[in-house]
Design a protein around this ligand. Structure first.
Ligand SMILES: [Zn+2]
Ligand SMILES: [Zn+2]
Length: 148
């Protein structure tokens, strides 16, 4: 399976050492550090349910994105998503690419990074940066969200 941005081979969730990847069906690109989430690959029932629910917002709405779904080749669609933080405030909207056919979603690394403060020294090591983004995705999956 290849990265929809740069065609690099995506690393599948099972070969990652941490359960955070397998739980959320997280495929990652080592080149651009974007992440693909897929409901069928997710081992956590909570993540699967959340992804299936998010998928409904992409089946017939959203503008066509330039990306092809790495799983089923459909043209992906782009929408904005806002998460509610535990303190009741909302995050800035970020762009989320979703597949209208299967429950797959693509997060650009830059979009995810806009939600977190600079990662400091961890940001210099690609492996640590990927881990930080994976945990961010894990946390986002537990927050209420709104597609806008
Ligand atoms: Zn990539
Ligand atoms: Zn798809």
């Amino acid at each position: 399976m290849r990265c929809p941005r740069d065609q690099n081979i995506l690393i599948d969730p099972d070969s990652a050492q941490l359960s955070v990847f397998a739980d959320n069906g997280l495929h990652r690109c080592e080149k651009c550090q974007g992440m693909l989430l897929n409901a069928e690959a997710a081992q956590s029932a909570i993540a699967r349910e959340m992804l299936d629910q998010m998928h409904e917002a992409f089946t017939d709405e959203g503008s066509e994105a330039a990306l092809d779904c790495p799983i089923c080749d459909s043209k992906m669609r782009v929408r904005s998503i806002v998460f509610s933080k535990p303190d009741g405030s909302n995050t800035e909207p970020i762009e989320l690419d979703g597949c209208p056919t299967c429950s797959s979603f693509w997060f650009d690394a830059g979009e995810l990074q806009s939600l977190v403060p600079p990662l400091g020294s961890a940001g210099e090591d690609p492996e640590e940066r990927t881990m930080a983004l994976a945990f961010l995705v894990q946390m986002l999956m537990l927050l209420p969200h709104r597609i806008v």
